[in-house]
Design a protein around this ligand. Structure first.
Ligand SMILES: [Zn+2]
Length: 490
């Protein structure tokens, strides 16, 4: 592929050069024409033979020169298109089309268009493309109820807030749905409060860091490289000088300006320091109030996490000190105590929170947490190459899977799509092909094989010998009913 790209770049620069050359040649022609014109004007009143001798000879050559340029242009274009056509062939060689992909795998399968359109429309609303979704539902005549659309509008606006690190809208929703969330054993309400609290902790740590930098005189906004103490001493010296200046009016004016400058800097420093200290105090009060008001409800279930959060308030100075050291020396490592509380600085909390929120929201609203269209496409992308191989090996090239599908209503082979595609804790009995339920749980045999309770009962009835033992349906292991355990997944 890289060779193709290099080749295209080469062709492009070659074409550019040729075009420049054409322009130069045309310019030369124009200047020759202009020359001839000037000569004619100059000799307007001159001798007729003189004109014919010099200018006519010049003009006579021009048409030939013009044709030459045109020929060159045509030649260049020819080269260019020849090159382009070669390029097309090279691209063709690079992307070999696989014959088996060109034939439909299920020839007798007819696409259920209304279902497909419904899935596409749902995907559009789910992914926040409302106007496209509205247009599509009208054109494809899909009936999508307003409630469904509104649920996704609400979800998307909350998710957008979370992406921009705003918790408030999600919190509002979770508070209103507190009971329902509790019903599905969701930690969402606590996690949202926790994230909001972590934001406060983080802010506070940053403020403390700013104050520390200001005091150490290392913060760029203070425009001073001196330590606070050094700064004060310098200021005292400046004040002394100023007294001298007042006594001696003839002193250099520049010095007065310098001293005034120092004073302004000191005032700025004091102002910034007071403002930071005020913010830190306010924040601290707010955090304590917040923890009393919002966190108490989560005790004792989340006591360990709450303790950690409260502990973090006490460790903020240590964290700010660590951040300060790290700003001086990026390879500075936290000590064991600091390490325990650094989670408040972590940045990935919001993406985890967002995923959890989408899951819980969809569950409470009776929506699938994943887009049907996206999932089907992803699953097909994973499965198609495997299916194509199977088709080739079974030499089903002409009839596709159509015949097989009709007989068994299932694919001829199992395709593992990975953990992301496992959605339910269901068990399908390998004997009866039934989905297990609470009266028909899977049964674990002594050998590790599993079958449903009903199937086992039937199997044991017919397969039990005189010794009260029966054989596994898959392997030669024998056992009695006492050796079998029920797996309760429903
Ligand atoms: Zn077995």
């Amino acid at each position: 592929m890289q060779a193709l790209i290099t080749d295209l770049d080469k062709t492009h620069s070659k074409v550019q050069e040729q075009r420049k050359e054409m322009v130069t040649r045309i310019d030369a022609l124009i200047s020759e024409l202009n020359n001839s014109k000037q000569n004619i004007i100059k000799n307007m009143n001159g001798d007729e033979t003189q004109l014919q001798m010099t200018i006519a000879a010049q003009l006579n050559q021009l048409p030939k020169k013009g044709t030459d340029v045109v020929k060159r242009i045509i030649n260049h274009n020819k080269n260019y298109y020849e090159h382009l056509s070669k390029y097309g062939k090279q691209v063709g060689k690079e992307f070999i089309s696989k014959q088996e992909y060109e034939q439909p795998l299920f020839k007798e399968f007819t696409l259920d268009k209304p279902v497909l359109n419904q899935t596409i429309a749902e995907h559009m609303f789910r992914s926040g493309h409302y106007s496209a979704g509205e247009a599509f539902t009208i054109e494809a005549k899909v009936a999508l109820d307003e409630e469904f659309k509104n649920k996704f509008k609400e979800l998307n606006s909350i998710v957008l807030d979370l992406k921009e690190r705003r918790v408030s809208s999600a919190l509002l929703w979770a508070k209103a749905k507190a009971k329902e969330l509790d019903g599905i054993s969701s930690d969402m309400l606590f996690n949202l409060h926790k994230t909001e609290f972590y934001q406060l902790l983080n802010q506070q740590a940053q403020l403390k860091l700013q104050l520390k930098k200001l005091k150490e005189g290392k913060d760029s906004t203070t425009n001073s490289q001196n330590s606070h103490l050094g700064y004060m001493q310098q200021q005292v010296r400046s004040e002394e000088i100023k007294d001298d200046v007042v006594m001696n009016e003839s002193e250099n004016q520049n010095q007065i300006i310098e001293i005034d400058d120092e004073k302004v800097r000191l005032q700025n420093f004091m102002k910034q320091k007071a403002s930071l200290e005020h913010q830190i105090k306010e924040n601290n009060n707010y955090m304590i109030k917040y923890s009393q008001k919002s966190m108490r409800q989560f005790s004792p279930k989340y006591q360990a996490q709450i303790n950690h959060m409260m502990g973090s308030i006490l460790q903020l100075d240590v964290i700010a000190e660590f951040l300060y050291q790290k700003s001086i020396n990026p390879s500075h490592q936290p000590n064991q105590l600091t390490q325990q509380y650094l989670d408040i600085l972590q940045d990935d909390q919001f993406s985890i929170l967002e995923q959890g929120f989408v899951k819980d929201y969809c569950r409470l609203q009776g929506l699938s947490p994943e887009s049907g269209l996206l999932l089907t496409t992803q699953a097909s992308t994973l499965a198609l190459p495997k299916l194509a191989t199977v088709m080739q090996k079974m030499s089903l090239k002409n009839e596709g899977f159509g015949g097989l599908q009709k007989q068994h209503n299932e694919l001829p082979c199992e395709i593992d799509l990975g953990r992301d595609f496992k959605f339910h804790d269901i068990f399908i009995c390998p004997v009866s092909k039934e989905i297990s339920h609470k009266d028909n749980n899977p049964m674990l045999l002594i050998c590790g094989h599993v079958m449903s309770k009903n199937s086992l009962a039937k199997h044991a009835r017919t397969a039990t010998g005189r010794d009260n033992k029966f054989k596994c349906h898959t392997c030669p292991a024998t056992m009695t009913m006492e050796n079998v355990k029920e797996i309760k997944i429903n």
